[in-house]
Design a protein around this ligand. Structure first.
Ligand SMILES: C[S@@+](CC[C@H](N)C(=O)[O-])C[C@H]1O[C@@H](n2cnc3c(N)ncnc32)[C@H](O)[C@@H]1O
Length: 197
């Protein structure tokens, strides 16, 4: 992979206020990915491809990442970025709304990374669980949403997102098949491991 190009992609995204994974969140995920060496990763929320490109380093040989993005301009830029870095064999982008695309997928994934519309996290969880391998891991970024999720913050614009993020946390915490930890890295990261049955 061309690391210099990757650094340029990151700088451009930050300059243009495109929300990409924070360094400390990525660092935590990398620790899991190094040992897991996933064959298949599903990402919900590609943006310009930054996190997906970073994840390719940890894939097993012949491993693949499927990633979903609904913003056409971002899809275009992500495709260019993926090519520039030289990982186009390893990333497939589904173009469209994950709410419509996820139910059409029927793969098995080692790792799912949820990083899209916060109001849809419970739905993304349900679909991710359906496709998760029996030793799989689900990461959900922005789970603490600037601290709103753990406070009594109730501002109208964010209310639906906060309610759905809380529902996500409740579901992963109460699901007997999952072991979950919530970390205060970046904007909050939920890590849910499937328990061996
Ligand atoms: C936080 S960004 C993703 C950042 C990327 N994972 C990274 O770290 O480089 C979230 C992206 O999800 C996309 N998105 C939000 N809701 C979506 C949905 N329902 N379906 C598909 N994409 C969605 C947005 O357009 C945005 O580009």
């Amino acid at each position: 992979m061309n690391k210099k190009e990757l650094e340029k992609i990151k700088e451009k995204a930050l300059k243009e206020n495109i929300p990409i994974i924070m360094d400390d969140t990525l660092e935590v995920m990398e620790k899991y990915l190094i040992t897991k060496k996933p064959q298949r990763i599903l990402e919900i929320g590609t943006a310009v491809g930054y996190s997906a490109i970073c994840f390719t380093e940890f894939l097993a040989e012949d491993g693949m990442i499927d990633t979903i993005e609904r913003d056409i301009e971002r899809v275009k830029e992500a495709k260019e970025n993926i090519k520039r870095v030289g990982v186009e064999e390893k990333i497939h982008i589904y173009e469209g709304d994950a709410v419509e695309i996820l139910p059409t997928l029927d793969e098995k994934y080692d790792v799912v990374f949820i990083d899209a519309a916060k109001g849809k996290y419970p739905f993304f969880l349900k679909e991710s669980m359906r496709m998760l391998k029996s030793d799989g891991i689900i990461f959900a970024d922005n789970i603490l949403y600037k601290g709103y999720v753990m406070s009594d913050y109730n501002k109208h614009k964010q209310r639906t997102a906060v309610r759905n993020l809380r529902e996500y946390i409740k579901e992963v915490s109460e699901n007997p098949n999952l072991e979950t930890e919530i970390l205060e890295v970046g904007d909050g990261l939920a890590i849910s491991k499937m328990k061996f049955s």
